[in-house]
Design a binder for this molecule. Structure first.
Ligand SMILES: [Zn+2]
Length: 315
């Protein structure tokens, strides 16, 4: 007999858009959409946008004759350990603190709800449905404007006491480094994010008396492929910085998979080949002997899939 397929709504609240999807328990997306985040309009307006996204999912489920087991939602910031309240720390959404988002969703929809940090849910999604499927111990990094991360230990999301930890982008890379957005100095994010790649390329161009123009991560990768010296130097440095961060994480967690996502991770196999070489040079061999460094597979859908995964997985 075929087992019954379960469905859940997955909401991914970001600083610019609210993505939503109806997801089945194999990671299939039956329906999806997005709407703008009123990020400067206050918590009530943002919660309203989340409820609009939930309603789009429940309307779809009703029309399609699907029963939703619940709603999962990912948001920036620190989430209470019971998975119900946004505590704070979401810098890109004004006033987004002390918001009992899971209760707000349940009240409006009548469905069970759980929430977690967005990067945690991307890690969960990659473990349940993506690049780390089948692994129990996983470190996930998303490399973009900043560096977000999540950790699974023994198949469960690890958040530290009261879910306050796993700020993997704010581990220390250079003790005497430049100031990071978090206020401290020398963070991994400040040196190995895509913004850092662009910033450091621009600095090199300036020193060389060249106009970097409207350079971005993609253009630097293209220039690298074309053998442009500044791009070669800057991308090699990026790999080295990111690899040093990954080395620390491997030495601590000895994960089966380090999953790297974000736009830059789509550069191609050469990106990961080089990254693996740098990590292999410095990691403690016995710590990294079972670790594979792989590209994230779920792209922009990871947030919604992981949010739905909260409903299916009870993690
Ligand atoms: Zn920092």
């Amino acid at each position: 007999m075929e087992r019954e397929i379960r469905y859940a709504a997955g909401i991914d609240l970001g600083g610019t858009t609210v993505k939503y999807a109806v997801v089945d328990d194999r990671g299939g997306i039956c329906f999806s959409g997005s709407l703008p985040t009123p990020a400067t309009a206050g918590a009530e307006a943002v919660a309203g946008a989340v409820l609009q996204a939930v309603k789009a999912c429940t309307d779809h489920a009703a029309a399609a004759g699907l029963t939703l087991d619940g709603v999962g939602a990912g948001t920036p910031g620190v989430i209470s350990a019971d998975g119900r309240t946004v505590v704070g720390g979401a810098e890109n959404i004004a006033g987004w603190e002390n918001v009992p988002l899971a209760d707000i969703i349940t009240r409006a929809s009548g469905l069970a709800a759980r929430i977690d940090n967005d990067a945690n849910l991307m890690a969960l999604a990659e473990t349940m449905f993506g690049a780390a499927q089948g692994a129990s111990d996983v470190v996930f990094l998303t490399v973009g404007t900043g560096i977000g991360g999540g950790v699974l230990i023994g198949g469960r999301l690890f958040g530290g006491y009261r879910n306050r930890g796993t700020e993997l982008g704010h581990t220390v890379l250079l003790a005497d480094g430049e100031r990071c957005a978090c206020g401290a100095c020398g963070c991994l994010e400040h040196y190995a994010s895509t913004s850092a790649l662009v910033r450091r390329y621009r600095e090199r161009a300036e020193r060389a008396g060249k106009d970097a123009g409207s350079v971005d991560g993609r253009k630097i990768v293209e220039a690298y492929r074309a053998g442009e010296p500044l791009a070669l130097e800057t991308l090699e440095e990026h790999w080295r910085f990111l690899a040093e961060g990954i080395r620390s994480l491997v030495n601590i967690f000895a994960p089966q998979k380090v999953v790297v996502g974000g736009g830059i991770s789509e550069a191609g196999d050469f990106y990961f080949d080089r990254l693996r070489e740098y990590v292999a040079e410095s990691v403690i061999p016995v710590c990294g002997s079972h670790t594979e460094i792989v590209a994230a597979r779920l792209g922009n859908s990871a947030g919604c899939l992981g949010a739905a995964g909260l409903v299916f997985g009870k993690r």
